[in-house]
Design a protein around this ligand. Structure first.
Ligand code: PMP
Length: 429
């Protein structure tokens, strides 16, 4: 009965990792997957995480019972405060409903499945006299629910189109990046959102856009917000990198600015949060999904329906990651230590940007490489094409995806000259 099943090619990132593992060169460098590495190229477990886990282990009264369908209540409350802010009016007015999900990917999936079932993307059609006559309608307006459309940036995180199509949403793209100027294509973004049908869902990266590292400025976010609200589009935020841009001394707040702008205007939004990167909890699969509604009553009804989405998927979420996050976010000392460690990781990435830029300058590598410094978060969208990437892998044992995205968090001071040599050779060959 399974003879007709076709084999699907492996995910390119997986293929790349296998090739890297097999490579015996001592200078090989994996700058593909978006994971943080130390200067020695090792995975990082934050000190504060170890402390929180120790506290959990020492507490012998801790049960291993099932969590509710919506997860650990304390975790949900703390996660909402982390993204919407301590003083969020939406939270105070109980207009936010938050559920624990399986990290960023799981939060996006539950949110998208909910929208696929319950969101009515309503379009106003022109008056159709015949139809009005036939249905004896006096109202001159007809509302017709069309296919549910979600707009994602071009380019975007590879899972977005796959995940949204899987739940039956129709995926379209809006212009996001100008590959010639190597910066945000703000005009293109505004034009495409302006011509989107009213009611469409718009996926927005809250900060540190993956893969381009190009974010709108605060003023540009404000313009995006005004456009989205005036066109009655529904913003769906993906916040996978809160506190990764290393801006200012309050990175958690700065990186949530876009989300908070939308929550503050009283309108609806959906927000998926991940703790994979900012707590290094990748394999614990811990994240949160929030719906910001217009009233507390609506938020409570949305929350009840979210249970019906989650229950048949996986009954209820795992307890360990949520307990770690709740332990850190609820304890002042641990929280402060977390922010210090976070800042150190973000600063290391910024230093890698500077070192790579300087190394290319020193080699006189042709081209303008200032985008390496201007882009934020883990990734540099280098502008190297797939042929150059293949050359770098073959000749220099450097592994990056074919779109030229470099994981700066995987780089080290020791490896910078090797990478710079490879880029130089690739662009001058
Ligand atoms: N959104 C974006 C933009 C991402 O880059 C990622 C992971 N790289 C995720 C969501 C999902 O990550 P996770 O499921 O591990 O939280």
């Amino acid at each position: 009965v399974f003879e007709h099943i076709l084999h699907v090619p492996e995910n390119p990132m997986h293929v790349m990792n296998l090739a890297y593992d097999k490579d015996t060169s001592p200078v090989k460098l994996n700058l593909g997957m978006g994971v943080y590495r130390t200067e020695d190229g090792k995975p990082l477990v934050l000190n504060v995480l170890r402390q929180a886990e120790q506290l959990l282990i020492n507490d012998l009264s801790r049960p291993k019972e099932y969590l509710p369908v919506t997860g650990l209540t304390e975790f949900n409350e703390l996660s909402a405060k982390l993204i919407f802010g301590e003083d969020s009016l939406a939270i105070k007015e109980k207009r936010v409903t938050t559920v624990q999900c399986l990290s960023g990917g799981g939060s996006l999936l539950v949110g998208a499945e909910f929208l696929s079932r319950h969101y009515h993307q309503v379009h106003t059609l022109a008056y159709l006299p015949m139809f009005a006559y036939a249905s004896n309608q006096l109202d001159l307006t007809f509302y017709v629910a069309l296919q549910k459309i979600i707009y994602v940036p071009q380019p975007t995180f590879g899972l977005h189109p796959i995940l949204f199509s899987a739940v039956g949403l129709s995926v379209k793209t809006y212009r996001y990046y100008d590959p010639t100027k190597r910066e945000l294509n703000f005009q293109g973004l505004l034009e495409d959102l302006d011509s989107a049908p009213s009611g469409a869902i718009v996926l927005l990266h809250a900060c540190a856009h993956n893969p381009t590292g190009a974010d709108p400025t605060s003023e540009q976010w404000e313009q995006i917000r005004e456009l989205i609200r005036s066109k009655r589009l529904l913003p769906f935020f993906d916040s996978a990198y809160q506190a990764s841009t290393g801006k200012l001394t309050t990175p958690l707040d700065v990186d949530a600015e876009s989300v908070r702008m939308f929550a503050a205007d009283g309108g609806e939004s959906v927000v998926a949060q991940s703790y994979s990167k900012n707590m290094g909890l990748y394999g614990e699969r811990i994240g949160a999904l929030s719906f910001v509604c217009r009233t507390a009553d609506v938020a409570s009804r949305v929350g009840s329906q979210l249970k019906l989405v989650i229950r048949p998927m996986y009954s209820n979420p795992p307890i360990h990651g949520a307990s770690i996050v709740a332990a850190i976010l609820s304890d002042r000392a641990l929280y402060n230590e977390w922010t210090i460690e976070l800042k150190a990781t973000a600063d290391r990435i910024i230093s890698m940007r500077k070192q790579l830029f300087d190394a290319l300058q020193a080699r006189g590598t042709p081209g303008d490489w200032s985008h390496i410094l201007a882009q934020v978060g883990m990734f540099t969208y280098s502008g190297l094409d797939s042929e150059q990437v293949t050359f770098m892998t073959k000749e220099y044992h450097i592994y990056i995806p074919s779109d030229g995205r470099i994981n700066m968090a995987g780089l080290s001071t020791k490896a910078v000259p090797h990478l710079a040599d490879a880029i130089h050779a690739a662009v001058t060959k």
